[in-house]
Design a binder for this molecule. Structure first.
Ligand SMILES: Cc1cc2nc3c(=O)[nH]c(=O)nc-3n(C[C@H](O)[C@H](O)[C@H](O)COP(=O)(O)OP(=O)(O)OC[C@H]3O[C@@H](n4cnc5c(N)ncnc54)[C@H](O)[C@@H]3O)c2cc1C
Length: 433
């Protein structure tokens, strides 16, 4: 598992509402369901299972929110990164298309409902998401996508001209798709809130507890956690971009790439007032993506794709600062105090993977940078499956552990791929707006 630039370097760590502070596993434990990974996926599954009366043990090698869930951009986006209905249809077929369209388009509402239900203090706000277009081709995709997704109940709007520049506060984009149901959460506060809620329902959560081995005997699973073991009837693997050697068959279905963010302390009102004035979150259509949000107390967060340096730390912050000043010239000269990064899990068809490689072992991963809302859809699906819902009645098809060729892309060239993506983005931007 890659370890670098921990959550402690983030704006989220500096502003978290109610930190979860747990202990490592210090005894042998028996339970109905063991969950590996204390991010959104694992904790959402644990929450639903505990509510249904199962005994649940959650372990994380780092801690609650140590992975992407405590580090991400907190943008709640009500769609998979598949921009035309036909592409999703091709990827999953007609039956799963309908189910996935429904749950993904409803994913933001569902998450905000959950936050209200458990009264989680995480700065949740549903003020809309702007997906701004970096080139004419992206503009046409957005225009068409807004129209086609409407047939499936989406309320996406295509907007352009002065309206885009006013809502974004950026002179860099001329058009956008506006998703009114999108919004934002404080990700570390949310993941800690989920842990507190699951624990209140009886789940046991252990931090700094890595699972080193997984074996099945006589219909039960044993999780080897160093000096101690967990004995469980079922196991949920929720390790996403941090999936390591524990189950290579599951890990190789994703490519793990780096995304970085920078955060600003409160800015004077006159500097920030024109940026995202109505509280939208924003992301652009570049392959190397920009995403940003304005925070309570006039803080600001800006993020994008990056790569790992040879020292095992994410790099690219200086390039990102220049990009931030190009997109939002109002920020020129601002001192970026917080810098952090994390791992995103990509799948070959941009659809998350639901897997069941052996009886009683289920996994959900691969959100392609859209996991804040979709990991909750998946966490619920994993809980439903563990509670006995037939696999073919779920919104996700069961994925096979196949795409080895895809995995090699990561191993041999994530940095090169990023450079190529940036060149293609720049070419398209130069080609005209
Ligand atoms: C920088 C960044 C920005 C992002 N921004 C957004 C955004 O704005 N909107 C959006 O929708 N999505 C975003 N994402 C994606 C989103 O954060 C993820 O899809 C989501 O958090 C995944 O949650 P998870 O619970 O599946 O995995 P994670 O939160 O990554 O949790 C996996 C956990 O598994 C643990 N683990 C791994 N192996 C073991 C083991 N052997 N034993 C015990 N524990 C183990 C790890 O320690 C880790 O804590 C972003 C991601 C990153 C990195």
């Amino acid at each position: 598992m890659k370890r670098y630039a921990g959550t402690e370097d983030s704006l989220w760590a500096a502003t978290v509402s109610k930190r979860y502070a747990g202990v490592p596993l210090a005894e042998d434990v028996t339970c109905d369901v063991a969950v590996i990974g204390a991010g959104f996926t694992g904790l959402r599954a644990a929450l639903d299972l505990s509510e249904a009366g199962s005994t649940v043990t959650v372990v994380d090698a780092g801690g609650v929110g140590w992975g992407a869930s405590g580090r991400n951009g907190g943008q709640v986006n009500p769609m998979l990164p598949v921009y035309q209905p036909n592409d999703l249809m091709k990827a999953v077929g007609a039956t799963y298309f309908e189910r996935l369209a429904e749950v993904s388009l409803g994913s933001a509402d569902a998450l905000f409902d959950l936050i209200r239900k458990y009264d989680i203090a995480c700065d949740a706000r549903q003020k809309g998401w702007l997906r701004v277009d970096h080139c004419p081709k992206a503009r046409e995709t957005a225009r068409k996508g807004a129209r086609l997704w409407a047939e499936y109940g989406a309320d996406f709007q295509f907007i352009d001209g002065d309206e885009v520049r006013r809502l974004s506060g950026s002179p860099a984009y001329d058009s956008a798709m506006l998703a009114p149901k999108g919004g934002a959460v404080h990700p570390l506060s949310l993941v800690c809130g989920l842990a507190h809620a699951a624990e209140a329902l009886g789940a046991r959560i252990f931090e700094r507890t890595a699972v080193k081995g997984l074996t099945r005997k006589a219909g039960r699973w044993t999780l080897d956690c160093g000096p101690h073991r967990i004995d469980a009837e079922q196991v949920i693997l929720a390790t996403n971009g941090y999936s390591g050697a524990l189950r290579p068959d599951i890990a190789r279905t994703i490519v793990s790439v780096t995304s970085i963010q920078m955060g600003l302390d409160p800015l004077p009102e006159e500097v920030i007032e024109s940026i995202l004035p109505e509280g939208h979150t924003i992301a652009d259509t570049r392959r190397s993506i920009m995403y940003a949000r304005r925070e309570p107390q006039n803080r600001f967060v800006y993020g994008g794709a990056s790569a790992m340096g040879f020292d095992g730390k994410p790099k690219g912050f200086e390039g990102m600062r220049k990009d931030a000043e190009r997109v939002f010239p109002q920020l020129r000269g601002a001192q970026w105090r917080y810098r952090w990064g994390g791992q995103i899990a990509l799948t070959h068809d941009r659809v998350p993977n639901f897997m069941e490689p052996e009886p009683g072992l289920i996994a959900g991963l691969g959100y392609n940078g859209r996991g804040v809302a979709m990991s909750h859809v998946m966490g619920k699906v994993l809980a439903d499956r563990a509670l006995g819902t037939p696999a073919d009645a779920l919104p996700f098809p069961v994925s096979k552990s196949d795409p080895m060729a895809f995995k090699r892309v990561q191993e041999f060239g994530a940095g090169i791929a990023l450079a190529a993506m940036r060149m293609a983005d720049n070419r398209e931007m130069r080609a005209g707006r």
